[in-house]
Design a protein around this ligand. Structure first.
Ligand code: COI
Length: 356
C-alpha cells in the first residue's frame, strides 16, 4: 500500500530549539494515520499535518478501552546518523498486544515504512543532545460508535512523534519507590503482559497515593499473594543481589519490556551474571538490610534505566546504595545509551539506520 503524503505548511515545519524537551508535551508537525473497516481491512495510509481527530461519542475505545500502544525512540547519533532502536521488536509487540485485545493486526513492513517516512519528514525535530530522543507513539483504537460491548468493526492506527528529554525530573538520580499492598497492576490471565491503556489507567490510583507521600513510583506485587515483586511504575525492575542481576520472570502479568530484554542479553557480554526468576519482597528487604542487595533499577523505553535509591515497605524506608547511582546501573545505562547514540558497538544489531 502506498503511503499518501500531505505536508504541513513550511512555517509549521521549522523545529524549535530542543534542549531537554519535557516528556510528551511537544509534537512534530506530522502524524501517520490509517483506517480499518471490517469489510476493507486496513486502508488509506497517510502522513498528514498533526491535528485533532474526530470521534463518535460512542466510540468503543472511549467506553470499553479497546486500544493498544507502543513507545519507541529515534536517536540522533554522534556520527549525525539517525538510529531507531529495536524497531522490529516494538512492531511485533504492537501486533501481539493487538491480538490480545481483539484488534486486527498490522502489516509489519507497512508499519516500518510508516515510521521511517514520518521520521525522515520530521527529522529536524530529533533532538541532538545526548539523553534526548524523538519518542514515537504508535497506537490503535476502536472507533465504531456503539454502546454494545463487543469487538469493534472499525479502528484507527496513528503514529505521533514527540521530542523528549529525561522521563523523570530526577534525570539519572535515584528515585524513591513505594510498595503498595492495597492495589495491584495486573493479574494472571489479564492483559498485564501487553501494552493496553487500561493497565496504565488502573495504575493511577496507587501512583497518586505514592506521589502524595513523596515517592516517585509504585512497586507492584503479584495479585494473588502480594509476595512477589512484579514491576516498578511503568517499568520492569532489576536488583543486583548477591553479585547477580535478577529480574522477575515473565509469569504473564509482567510486560516483556524491550529494555529489560536488552539488559538480559547484554549482561553476559558485560560480565554480569543475570537471571530471571521469582523474587519476593521479603528477599529484597532482607538483601537491603544485609547489604547483599547493592543496587536496584527500573527499565523502560521512556526512562531507559532509572536507579532506585529508596523503597518504602510496611511503614519503613529502606535505603539502597546510600541513594546513589550504582556501578552496575551505570554500566548498563552507558552501554545501552552508547548503542543508541552510535558510540558503542551494537553486538545484536538492534539499531536500524535511517537515511533519506
Ligand atoms: C515507555 O516506557 O515507553 C512506556 O510505555 C511507559 C509510558 C507510561 C511512558
Amino acid at each position: 500500500m502506498e503511503i499518501r503524503i500531505d505536508l504541513a505548511p513550511k512555517e509549521l515545519r521549522k523545529a524549535p530549539e530542543l534542549k531537554s524537551p519535557p516528556f510528551g508535551k511537544i509534537f512534530t508537525p506530522h502524524m501517520f494515520i490509517m483506517k480499518y473497516e471490517e469489510d476493507q481491512g486496513w486502508y488509506s495510509p497517510e502522513i498528514k499535518p498533526f491535528s485533532e481527530i474526530k470521534l463518535h461519542p460512542a466510540a468503543i475505545v472511549l467506553h470499553y478501552a479497546q486500544t493498544v500502544f507502543e513507545g519507541l525512540k529515534v536517536y540522533w547519533g554522534i556520527d549525525g546518523r539517525i538510529r531507531l532502536f529495536r524497531v522490529w521488536d516494538h512492531i511485533n509487540r504492537l501486533n501481539r498486544s493487538a491480538e490480545r485485545m481483539c484488534i486486527p493486526t498490522l502489516n509489519s513492513e507497512l508499519v516500518f515504512e510508516a515510521i521511517k517516512t514520518l521520521v525522515l519528514i520530521d527529522k529536524d525535530w530529533i533532538p541532538k543532545e545526548k539523553g534526548s530522543a524523538l519518542y514515537l507513539r504508535p497506537f490503535i483504537f476502536a472507533t465504531e460508535g456503539t454502546l454494545g460491548l463487543k469487538v469493534s468493526r472499525e479502528y484507527l492506527f496513528l503514529i505521533i512523534a514527540s521530542p523528549v528529554g529525561a522521563y523523570y525530573k530526577e534525570g539519572f538520580d535515584p528515585v524513591k519507590i513505594y510498595v503498595t499492598e492495597d492495589y495491584i497492576r495486573a493479574c494472571p490471565g489479564g492483559p498485564g503482559d501487553v501494552k493496553t491503556g487500561g493497565n496504565y489507567a488502573a495504575s493511577l490510583k496507587a501512583q497518586a497515593i505514592a506521589q502524595n507521600k513523596g515517592y516517585t513510583q509504585v512497586l507492584w506485587l503479584d495479585a494473588i499473594e502480594r509476595k512477589y515483586v512484579e514491576e516498578v511504575g511503568s517499568m520492569n525492575i532489576f536488583f543486583y543481589l548477591e553479585e547477580e542481576l535478577v529480574t522477575p520472570m515473565l509469569t504473564g502479568s509482567i510486560l516483556p519490556g524491550i529494555t529489560r530484554d536488552s539488559v538480559l542479553k547484554l549482561a553476559p557480554l558485560l560480565g554480569v551474571p543475570a537471571k530471571e526468576r521469582k523474587i519476593t519482597i521479603e528477599e529484597v528487604i532482607e538483601g537491603i538490610e544485609r547489604k547483599t542487595l547493592k543496587e536496584c533499577f527500573g527499565t523502560g523505553t521512556a526512562a531507559v534505566i532509572t536507579p532506585v535509591g529508596k523503597i518504602f515497605y510496611k511503614g519503613r524506608d529502606y535505603i539502597i546504595n546510600r541513594e546513589e547511582t550504582g556501578k552496575i546501573t551505570r554500566l548498563f545505562f552507558e552501554y545501552i545509551t552508547g548503542i543508541q547514540y552510535g558510540e558503542k558497538e551494537d553486538p545484536f544489531k538492534w539499531t536500524t539506520l535511517l537515511e533519506d
